[in-house]
Design a protein around this ligand. Structure first.
Ligand code: DC
Length: 226
């Protein structure tokens, strides 16, 4: 059983996917964390980010582990914890190099498909419903206006004590949208038969509720996912 959630940066995918997974007792998989983890390692090893062959071999030699503990996702690269490090600005700004390399994506997609062999999943990213699991039981495309996504990101950073500028965040999100939607391989787009939610004016609980309702409508699923 896979629930695929895609959408642009800052649309609230992670929060919604995490809650959904918790509710259904499914494994939560943040595929963006995998792209970030590889970016972190490439930066650390000073791999040429424009050299696809080098990135491909890096991806084959890297062990990425996603571990969920008490509702918090922990990320490890070759045994080293990088949970916080992969959220930094340099990783965020360079992840598109990893994301646009077809053979690197192929490697990560293989790993993502493997996860579904042993678990029921709520998996979020940019290409889950279009490429990774086009036959997912439920596909969701979560969107929100640029203004609202920027506002959410601004508040999130403020809560962490990080001072930023709303306009700067808006520009960064716009740039990331362009990268995600414009790349040749696995661009961000609405998957066939996806349930599209515009969360601009919605609360998180309403979004989760809506998705759960859709899930039940389709499969009569209960908390255990049966
Ligand atoms: O969701 P995020 O911001 O953590 O994603 C980090 C980067 O990985 C971002 O550049 C988009 C990319 N990504 C992707 O191309 N495909 C996915 N399935 C998930 C993320």
């Amino acid at each position: 059983m896979v629930i695929a959630i895609d959408g642009p940066a800052g649309s609230g995918k992670s929060t919604v996917a995490k809650l959904l997974a918790e509710w259904l007792g499914y494994l939560y998989v943040d595929t963006g964390a995998m792209y970030r983890a590889l970016t972190w390692k490439a930066l650390k090893e000073k791999t040429d980010l424009k050299d696809e062959d080098a990135l491909t071999s890096l991806s084959r030699q890297t062990e990425i582990l996603l571990k969920e503990e008490k509702g918090k996702l922990r990320v490890f690269v070759d045994g080293k914890e990088v949970t916080e490090a992969i959220r930094g600005e340099s990783v965020t700004n360079n992840a598109f190099y990893i994301a646009r390399a077809p053979s690197v994506r192929a490697e990560l997609v293989k790993q993502q498909r493997r996860m579904a062999k042993e678990n029921n999943l709520v998996m979020e990213g940019r290409d889950i419903g279009t490429v990774v699991f086009p036959k997912a039981k439920l596909k969701v495309y979560l969107d929100a206006s640029l203004k609202e996504r920027a506002r959410r990101r601004f508040l999130e950073l403020k809560e962490k004590g990080i001072k930023t500028d709303l306009e700067v965040i808006k520009k960064q999100l716009q740039a990331r949208d362009k990268e995600d939607k414009g790349r040749k391989v696995a661009p961000l787009k609405i998957a066939k038969e996806a349930f599209v939610i515009d969360s601009t004016k919605m609360k998180i609980e309403e979004e989760v509720d809506l998705i759960l309702r859709k899930w039940r409508e389709k499969y009569g699923a209960t908390k255990s996912g049966t």
